[in-house]
Design a protein around this ligand. Structure first.
Ligand code: OOG
Ligand code: NI
Length: 415
């Protein structure tokens, strides 16, 4: 009898992304609508614009998703890294959302495939935030210690799942018979738990930040959104209103222009309240609700070089970025390539290297638009002199892995 073929991580990644998508569609109906509308927008765009697939084939874009999860500390982040490595997803980039215009007490990285071939096979990525418990502006020493004790006692992943993930990552393949149960177990680790929530603890953390309560007020993590990619986000935004789903007004990131699409544009819809159970101090369990899962959609453009990114930041600092865009960016890919502002394969302006990462301002905005309550501002002003010690090197050391520099990856992809 012919032995079933062993599966490479990219096949597991494709199944993982599809499995999470099926779970999310079953539980968040507006997401299912978003995916349907995205598919129509994409098919339409490709039919009408012969060069629409320059930024990714319809096959890739149709399967493309990013998700987001939040964890409590380095040990949990290291476990996430071990799990995602089995899917060929590695940490790329460092995001400090405490430094955003609307600060959120997390630092983050994104797990994704790191080379063009793997991205083309399946580009699934997960933005992964870690609660900044060492930042005394948010967490005084006593609260920090209690959060850490709480985190030490919980287990986000079954040790058997992590052991299997480590073995798959080390061997570089997974037996076909093992693949389905492995992927199913990984998917269910990110389902929203229905376990009763300790109300006094949850409320105490909510007073620091809704994000602190969402992360460390419960005993599990969950996918909080799953984002399909569209080739025309303005069209998507219009069509969603027609389906009775209200997106937030703004599209975050660069403005729409007639020139080359750059980086990442995103918009979202707010989550509806979902039922949950709270356990009071006296042990009584009563129903409540939380708004912890929402929807988002995105469009991706060409990756900018550091020089291009500086221009982008300058344009975005203006009161009306669209009005000043032309002062910072030329109107064509040829102009972008000539000025060294964006990455093109072999320097050919017809072959843009797609931006595969996130934008800190948009990420903070996405958090912000979905927080119920809570003061997310630090108790002491974030003047850049905090003693938490968080930075990319610290994070890499804390999880025992390199954190890839996105610019180095784009440089490599443009060869
Ligand atoms: C993550 C928000 C970041 C994005 O697309 O910028 C993000 C979160 O809310 O946990 O997903
Ligand atoms: Ni997102």
């Amino acid at each position: 009898m012919k032995r079933a073929e062993a599966l490479r991580p990219w096949r597991l990644r494709a199944r993982f992304a599809a499995g999470l998508s099926a779970m999310y569609a079953a539980e968040v109906p507006a997401y299912a609508t978003l995916v349907e509308v995205s598919e129509r927008v994409n098919a339409n765009r490709v039919a009408r614009h012969p060069d629409a697939e320059r930024y990714g084939s319809l096959r890739r874009v149709t399967a493309e998703r990013h998700g987001a999860i939040r964890v409590g500390g380095p040990a949990e982040l290291a476990a996430v890294a071990d799990l995602f490595a089995a899917f060929g997803m590695f940490p790329v980039g460092y995001y400090d959302l405490r430094r955003a215009a609307s600060p959120v007490p997390v630092v983050a990285t994104a797990f994704r495939p790191v080379n063009p071939k793997e991205l083309a096979r399946n580009p699934f990525r997960v933005f992964t935030s870690m609660l900044a418990t060492r930042d005394r502006g948010y967490f005084p020493a006593d609260l920090c210690a209690r959060v850490q004790t709480f985190l030490k006692r919980r287990q986000l992943f079954d040790p058997a799942l992590l052991a299997r993930a480590r073995r798959i990552a080390a061997e570089g393949t997974c037996d076909a018979a093992e693949a389905d149960p492995f992927v199913a177990a990984a998917v269910s680790a990110f389902a929203l738990s229905r376990e009763p929530i300790d109300r006094p603890w949850y409320d105490e953390l909510s007073r620091v930040s809704a994000v602190a309560a969402d992360i460390a007020g419960v005993r599990s993590t969950h996918i909080n959104h799953l984002t399909p990619r569209v080739l025309d986000i303005d069209e998507l935004h219009r069509r969603m209103s027609g389906c009775g789903i209200t997106m937030i007004d703004a599209i975050q990131g660069p403005p729409r222009t007639d020139g080359p699409a750059v980086l990442l544009r995103q918009t979202s819809f707010r989550a509806l309240a979902e039922p949950c159970l709270f356990r009071d101090r006296d042990g009584a369990v009563s129903p409540g609700s939380r708004t912890v899962r929402f929807g988002e959609v995105e469009a991706r453009g060409v990756a900018l070089t550091r020089r291009g990114r500086d221009r982008y930041d300058a344009a975005m600092a203006a009161p009306d970025p669209a009005a000043v865009w032309g002062r910072h960016f030329p109107p064509t890919d040829a102009g972008m390539a000539a000025e060294g502002l964006a990455y093109y394969r072999a320097g050919d302006p017809g072959k843009p290297v797609v931006y595969e990462d996130f934008l800190p301002a948009s990420a903070a905005g996405i958090f912000r638009s979905n927080l119920d309550s809570g003061l997310d501002s630090p108790a002491t002003p974030a003047d850049g002199s905090d003693e938490s010690g968080y930075d990319a090197q610290w994070l890499a050391g804390a999880i025992g892995r390199d954190i890839h520099d996105p610019y180095a990856l784009y440089e490599e992809a443009s060869k």
